[in-house]
Design a protein around this ligand. Structure first.
Ligand code: ATP
Length: 301
C-alpha cells in the first residue's frame, strides 16, 4: 500500500522541574530540573508512528531561538522525516512542568509557533502526499489552518485522522471532513455530552467514519459505520506517568492498520493498547514511548 503518514501539529520542548510543593503567587522557591524531553502532541504522534516503521513526516512550526535547535537535534534522532517551518520573530513552543513528591503535575504550555502556522504554509507541506496517505491532526493549530488542511485532504483523497485535544470551541465544522477520530473520556463528554457508546454514535452521525474512544485502564471502544461497536481491553500495566498514552495509542492504531493495508480493526486497537501500556509504565514523553525494537515485537502479534 505504501502509505505515508503526514502529521501536522505542534512540537514543544518539555522541561520538568521537581519542587517540594507547588509555587504560590509571589513566592520564590528552589527546584531541581528532572527531565528535558521533546514533547507536543504532533511530535509525539509522529515519533511513535515513525518507530512503528510506517513512513512518517512531521510538519511543525518552530520559532527563531535556542529551543528550535534543540528540537531539531532531538527529532534528528528519530525515524521521522521532519519539515520544520521557521517563523521569524516567534518563540518555539515549550512546556514548564512542575511535579511534587506526591505525583501532582502543573503544566504551562506556550503555543506561539503552532498557533501561528499559516494555512498556505501547512498546505504546501502536503505537496508530495498521494491518495490514501494519512493526514494526522490535533487541536493545536489555528481553526483556519486545521480547516484548510482538512479540505485539502478531502480534495486529494487523503485519509484524515483527528485528535480533538486540546479542546477548542470550533471543532463542530470539522466532523464531516474527518475519517477517523480518537478521543478520551473527557473530550467525549465535552463534545458529545456522553463518554460511552452514545458518544461514538453521536460522532458517526456527525459524519466521522471511524471513532475510537479511549477509556484509560478500561481499554477502548472502536465504532465504525454499519458495524457493531467493539470493546477492546487495556493491557494491564503499572501506571507511573500517563503522559503521551493517548498519543501512543492513536499513532500505533493508525500505523498498525496502514502497515497491513487494512481499515482500522480490532487488531490495530490491541496493538495500540500494548504500546500504550509500555508508555504509561515509564516516566517522560519521548523517552517513555516504545522503542522501534519493542514496536516490532508488538506488531508481530
Ligand atoms: P493521556 O492524556 O494521559 O495521554 P488520554 O487521556 O488521551 O491519555 P487514555 O484514555 O487515558 O487517553 O489512555 C489511552 C490508552 O492508554 C488507553 O486506552 C489504554 O490502552 C492505555 N492506558 C491508559 N492508562 C492505562 C493504565 N492505567 N493501564 C493500562 N493501560 C492504560
Amino acid at each position: 500500500a505504501n502509505v505515508r503518514a503526514h502529521v501536522i501539529g505542534n512540537v514543544a520542548f518539555d522541561e520538568t522541574i521537581s519542587v517540594s510543593a507547588m509555587p504560590e503567587a509571589g513566592a520564590s522557591i528552589l527546584g531541581r530540573e528532572e527531565t528535558r524531553d521533546l514533547g507536543g502532541k504532533g511530535a509525539n504522534q509522529a515519533v511513535v508512528m515513525g518507530r512503528t516503521g510506517l513512513p512518517t513526516t512531521l510538519v511543525s512550526a518552530v520559532g527563531e531561538d535556542f529551543r528550535a535547535q534543540t528540537i531539531r537535534n532531538q527529532l534528528a534522532l528519530e525515524p521521522v522525516e521532519t519539515k520544520l517551518i521557521s517563523l521569524a520573530g516567534r518563540s518555539s513552543d515549550f512546556s514548564i512542568i512542575f511535579t511534587t513528591p506526591d505525583g501532582e503535575n502543573a503544566i504551562v504550555t506556550t503555543t506561539d509557533s503552532a498557533g501561528s502556522l499559516a494555512p498556505e504554509e501547512a498546505i504546501a507541506a502536503l505537496k508530495g502526499a498521494k491518495a490514501g496517505d494519512l493526514v494526522v491532526l490535533q487541536g493545536n493549530l489555528s481553526e483556519v489552518t486545521t480547516l484548510g488542511l482538512l479540505q485539502e485532504a478531502r480534495r486529494r483523497k487523503l485519509v484524515t485522522a483527528f485528535n480533538p485535544s486540546p479542546l477548542r470551541p470550533y471543532f463542530a465544522a470539522f466532523w464531516p471532513l474527518i475519517d477517523i477520530v480518537f478521543l478520551n473520556r473527557g473530550e467525549a463528554e465535552n463534545l458529545t455530552g456522553s463518554s460511552n457508546g452514545a458518544a461514538t454514535e453521536w460522532l458517526l452521525r456527525s459524519g466521522v467514519r471511524h471513532v475510537v474512544l479511549t477509556l484509560g485502564g478500561d481499554g477502548a471502544l472502536l465504532a465504525r459505520q454499519n458495524e457493531p461497536i467493539a470493546a477492546i481491553p487495556a493491557v494491564p500495566a503499572k501506571a507511573i506517568d500517563t503522559t503521551g498514552a493517548g498519543d501512543t495509542f492513536m499513532a500505533v492504531a493508525l500505523a498498525s492498520a496502514a502497515l497491513r493495508g487494512v481499515e482500522l480493526d480490532n487488531r490495530a486497537i490491541s496493538h495500540a493498547a500494548a504500546a500504550s501500556a509500555l508508555t504509561v509504565s515509564r516516566r517522560g514523553t519521548r523517552s517513555a514511548f516504545p522503542t522501534s525494537e519493542e514496536m516490532r515485537a508488538i506488531l508481530a502479534h
